[in-house]
Design a protein around this ligand. Sequence first.
Ligand SMILES: [Zn+2]
Length: 156
Amino acid sequence: MPHRLLPRLVLRRHRRSVLSPRSAACGCAFVTTFFCPHCFAEIEPTSLVCPLCGIDIVQWRAHPYKKRLVHALGHPLADVRMISIEALGRLGDPDAAMPLVQCALARPVDVTQGLAIVSALATLRRDESWADAVRLLRDHPARAVARAATELLPCS
Ligand SMILES: [Zn+2]
């Protein structure tokens, strides 16, 4: 998938379908929940400015793609974080290594996400900041994640 298509994909994933309280009894209808791309508060789909953090949502979307992907690593929805992790891996920029590792360490019980982050790290260009980040991940509380990070950068 070309990179220029990904921002739209990520933005779409900021929406979440949940059963409507009104229609939950029959289970036949869904409503869509929209999130502020900056503070991740639930907002109305027509909002141009977030009522909580005050950010101009249109202007926020004009920020560089990589910056928005790194920011989305803090999204409360795991599927949004996973899209960002995979997209950052495809970009290959070693500057993403430390934010990815911080994302993994912030959710120590999420082994699936931690392993996805190790896979993304494996595709980044390697420099000293990349190595510093992977060294931190070798101490991840989940043994599977720590082991995968150690395979990526063995202790010397
Ligand atoms: Zn906001």
